[in-house]
Every structure is written in structure tokens, then in C-alpha cells.
Design a binder for this molecule. Structure first.
Ligand code: GDP
Ligand code: FO1
Length: 308
């Protein structure tokens, strides 16, 4: 069993390749839920949905999130009722949020709801939220404290970030059975995800980090040539005084990481990373085509195997 830690779009791209090279049933993905939000009374879990839709083959290929060929009639009607349509929820996507919220209100834990939705969409990978408890990313900015999606989507990352914290993280425990499953893993992959707001919350859920320290762990740098491919990782890393580079990522993960895959453009950072006693593997990490994704997945598994 391989376990992957994942945020949204970057992770989903990588996992699409991975399921072509391993049996999806041998893969568990622990997904960040600190970006989750309530909108119109519905519980929305963007990273869980991004992973689920991509693994089900129904994701919007241009954005990486949402559902392919979705329509926005519901959102248009909500706008007519005076609601600002800042978070682009499609009609089919709404169905997921309606059903999930309905099941959660009946007392079914998020992990069980996720298992059900995945199986109904034909996803064979074991997709697990990092916790069933409510954790919310708060971005401390010069303009005040913002919810993550407010900062990222509504305000388009314009606010200057001072700090980030995860409300509720102290009481967050992993879903039942997850720690045992993690302990039995052959290796762990840290997907190319935002280290601050996607991977950090997972690491902070009680019990996860101590187990990682005992396992072979490989990561793929989400920072390529000194910047993220998309998203606010650079701004958030700077707020945490982390160098925005593959080296900065390596240092951030240094307490548990054995190997980091870095992009060809960052080959000059290889020896600096190895001084941290982290093996650095240089390859193309830009996942444009399915072939790119499969090639990166193969290299990741080969290098993970070397740690075992
Ligand atoms: P989301 O994509 O915003 O939902 O959140 P993630 O936590 O998945 O963060 C996306 C991260 O993945 C960003 O920091 C990107 O730089 C990184 N990323 C996206 N696509 C690629 C890619 O093709 N290669 C690499 N190396 N990183 C990527
Ligand atoms: N990202 C955007 O940049 N704009 C949106 O309007 C938006 C809507 C959205 C709806 C459902 C969903 O599952 C994801 C959505 N995302 C949107 C992506 C999301 O904000 C981020 O990619 C993740 O939360 C970061 O990990």
C-alpha cells in the first residue's frame, strides 16, 4: 500500500499518472480538508472533490477543479437573488455538495460520505479526508483575518499575508483506522501541493507526523524555477520565511523526507538539497500531458523503492 498526501489540482495531476502505474486499490490518498467551506448552507470540500473528480475522469480539464462541461444555471439564479457568485459552483458540482451535506446532517462522518461518493463515481483509490473534524485555514493579512477561499478566490490573493493558522487543528484526529493503515504503508508520497495550506494541515493532524518519520517518504517539489506553477504557494512560503525554491521545500519537509524530486530547471539546487541529507532526483516535473504524468509517477515509484 502506498499513501499519498494531497491538496487539490497539483496532486490530482500527479495521481492521474500514478493510477496508470499502480493498482488504484493499492493507493490511499489523505486529502487536505482545511480549505473546506460552507456556502448557501452546503458543505464544500474543494480538495476532496478535485481529487475525486480527477480520479473519476470527470474533472474540468482546463481548471483542474469542478466538473467537465458543467453549467452554471443555479449560480445564475442565486445571483438574481442578490448573491455575489464569487465561488464558481457548477450545477453538477452542486449535486455533490447537496448530497454530501444531506449525509453529513444525518450524522455520517465525512470519511464515510467520501467513500460512498467515490464508489458511486467508480473511484477505486481509497480517498480519505485528513480528519472528520472541522478545520479551517485562516489567512492573517494586512486587511484582517480571511477564510482561505475568501483570500484565494474572492480577493484573488491581493491581500498581503502575515501568517496562516488552522482553526480547530488542535482537536483534529484522523478518521478511524487511518493511522493503522498509514503505519502499514510501504511508502509515502508528498504530492506536488501547496506546502503551507495543503500539506501542513495534514501533517498537523494528531498522530500523522510521527508515523511519517518512520516510513520511506518521497516528495515532488511544487516549486519549479523559484515559483509555483499556480496558486499562492510563493506568497504563503514567504510569510513563513521559507525560501521560495525546491531547496526551501526540502528544508520545510526535512524532518521526515528521504527524497525530493525536483525539476530539471532546478538541477543547480541538487547538491544544496543533498546537504540536508535528502536525496534529490532531477527530472521533468511539469505535468502537461498524460505521458508526463505517467513518467513522473514511474520515477517517483522507482525512487521510493530505492528508499525501502
Ligand atoms: P490547488 O492546486 O490550488 O488546489 O492546491 P495544491 O495544494 O494542489 O497546490 C498546487 C501546487 O501544485 C502549486 O504550488 C503548484 O505549483 C503545484 N503544481 C501544479 N501543477 C504542477 C506541475 O505540473 N508540476 C509541479 N512540479 N507542480 C505543480
Ligand atoms: N478556484 C478558483 O480559483 N475560483 C473558483 O471560483 C473556484 C471554485 C471552486 C468550486 C469547487 C471546487 O471544488 C473548487 C473550486 N476552486 C475554485 C478551486 C479551489 O479554490 C482551490 O483550488 C483549492 O481550494 C486550493 O487547494
Amino acid at each position: 500500500m502506498i499513501v499519498a498526501l494531497a491538496g487539490g489540482v497539483g496532486a490530482a495531476r500527479f495521481l492521474e499518472g500514478l493510477i496508470h502505474v499502480i493498482d488504484p486499490k493499492d493507493l490511499t490518498v489523505i486529502v487536505n480538508t482545511a480549505d473546506d467551506l460552507y456556502l448557501y448552507g452546503l458543505y464544500i470540500s474543494p480538495d476532496l472533490d478535485t481529487i475525486m473528480y480527477n480520479l473519476a475522469g470527470i474533472a474540468n480539464k482546463s481548471t483542474g477543479w469542478g466538473i467537465q462541461d458543467d453549467t452554471f444555471h443555479c449560480l445564475e439564479m442565486l445571483e438574481r437573488y442578490g448573491n455575489e457568485p464569487w465561488f464558481k459552483l457548477g450545477d453538477k458540482d452542486f449535486a455533490t455538495h447537496i448530497l454530501r451535506t444531506h449525509l453529513l446532517r444525518r450524522g455520517i462522518p465525512l470519511s464515510e460520505v467520501t467513500r460512498l461518493l467515490c464508489s458511486l463515481l467508480g473511484v477505486e483509490v481509497n480517498v480519505v479526508p485528513m480528519t472528520n473534524n472541522k478545520v479551517s485555514t485562516r489567512v492573517v493579512t494586512e486587511q484582517g483575518i480571511l477564510d482561505f477561499q475568501d483570500y484565494f478566490v474572492r480577493q484573488q490573493e491581493t491581500a498581503v499575508v502575515r501568517d496562516v493558522y488552522f482553526e480547530g487543528i488542535e482537536n483534529a484526529v484522523p478518521p478511524e483506522g487511518l493511522l493503522e493503515l498509514l503505519k502499514s504503508a510501504n511508502g509515502v508520497i508528498i504530492c506536488p501541493s501547496n506546502p503551507i495550506v495543503s500539506i501542513q494541515p495534514i501533517l498537523k493532524v494528531s498522530g500523522i507526523l510521527p508515523i511519517l518519520k518512520e516510513l520511506p517518504v518521497i516528495g515532488i517539489s511544487p516549486i519549479v524555477g523559484g515559483s509555483p506553477i499556480k496558486g499562492p504557494a510563493d506568497k504563503l512560503m514567504r510569510a513563513f520565511k521559507i525560501e521560495v525554491s525546491a531547496y526551501g521545500v526540502a528544508r520545510y519537509y526535512a524532518t521526515f523526507l528521504n527524497t525530493l524530486i525536483i525539476d530539471t530547471v532546478d538541477a543547480n539546487l541538487q547538491s544544496q538539497i543533498e546537504e540536508l541529507e535528502i536525496h534529490a532526483v532531477v527530472t521533468n516535473t511539469l505535468m502537461r500531458t498524460l505521458e508526463d504524468k505517467i513518467a513522473l509517477a514511474k520515477i517517483t515509484l522507482r525512487e521510493l523503492d530505492k528508499i525501502l
